[in-house]
Design a protein around this ligand. Sequence first.
Ligand code: PGA
Length: 240
Amino acid sequence: MRVYIVDDYEQMSVKAALIVAGQITMKADSILGLCTGSTPIGMYKELVKLHQQGLDFSHVITFNLDEYWGLSPDNVQSYHYFMHENFFKHVNVKPENIHIPNGLAENVDDECIRYEEAIKQANGLDLQVLGIGRNGHIGFNEPSTVFIAETHLVELDADTINDNARFFPSREEVPTRAITMGIKTIMQAKKILLLANGEGKAHAIKEAVTGEINPGVPASILQLHPDCTFIIDKAAAKYL
Ligand code: PGA
């Protein structure tokens, strides 16, 4: 695991975007795993700038980490909406190459299997970008007594619901369930890039980087990944 400590959010975002751009430069048809949340917004802005300077996404295939269960793609709180607003509408990823779990699927088990299969059919993820929850989650793999391998429906932690309530009109409106890639789905990515900023993430980062590998801190499993890079700002590195 490589850990780069940078001064601030802007440096984190620029460095992350350059790594993603490097991946696309090396392999135009890269399979990218993408994340949502406050953390990657700056990286997406930088990638849009790089696209305006010629970075071509026309052969890139994307798979998002997760989606709230019960939200339609046009719901402004959905991760479909987030991705389109913050990234896809500004770059040239082909719509048919964009994959995000369907939060309104008729049968959730079938949807999880379909999503996992689609990633396998694409030959797996070349680069997965991750944020981290204050509770150490990656995707929506919440702290638990076991690592869950494949894409699945998850009951969100009270901590996660509290943290994400800032994006919703009220806490009551935050969905309590989500579809998320599993730990194996994520760990099978050839490269992983985890971003974190702010002191609120400092404890989770310490546990993920220096703690025991255990499902109580899902991100701790990244210590076993052969090509994982953390880019964190000074505040998130406070306890390292
Ligand atoms: P955030 O979420 O970027 O909004 O802090 C990260 C996460 O929960 O993975």
